[in-house]
Ligand binder design. Structure first.
Ligand SMILES: [Zn+2]
Length: 126
């Protein structure tokens, strides 16, 4: 991983693996290469990059903050198998399933409708 978007793509893929499968091996490897240090000043503490890629380290610090605050539970992978985009579920009861109702939600509802039609309920199959 050297320069360009490659480190961020690796973080995205590692976060997706962690969210979808609970596989933290890639995240652990990335965290080891992009360490953070806890800093105290001006009455507040914060995690600061300590070598490696500062942007990647800042993202890992955000993961830590999200887990500590409970916001992490709102991060989900889209239920559309062709998408699997990781999104923030802002629904009141945390019941969101799609990254976007207008896109993946409609696609998946239409797919379910066609499936129901094909398997008997609805118009005859052709
Ligand atoms: Zn989606």
């Amino acid at each position: 991983m050297a320069g360009g978007p490659a480190p961020l793509l690796a973080v995205r893929d590692a976060l997706r693996a962690y969210l979808l499968d609970g596989d933290s091996s890639s995240l652990r490897r990335i965290a080891a290469a992009n360490p953070l240090v806890l800093m105290f000043d001006d009455g507040i503490s914060r995690l600061e990059p300590a070598g490696g890629d500062a942007t990647v380290a800042a993202l890992l610090a955000d993961v830590h903050r999200a887990q500590a605050s409970g916001e992490w539970a709102r991060l989900k992978a889209c239920a559309n198998p062709d998408c699997q985009w990781v999104y923030y579920d802002s629904s009141r009861n945390r019941s969101g399933r799609w990254c976007s109702m207008n896109e993946c939600g409609e696609v998946m509802k239409a797919r379910a409708y066609r499936e129901r039609a094909r398997t008997g309920r609805g118009p005859s199959a052709s």
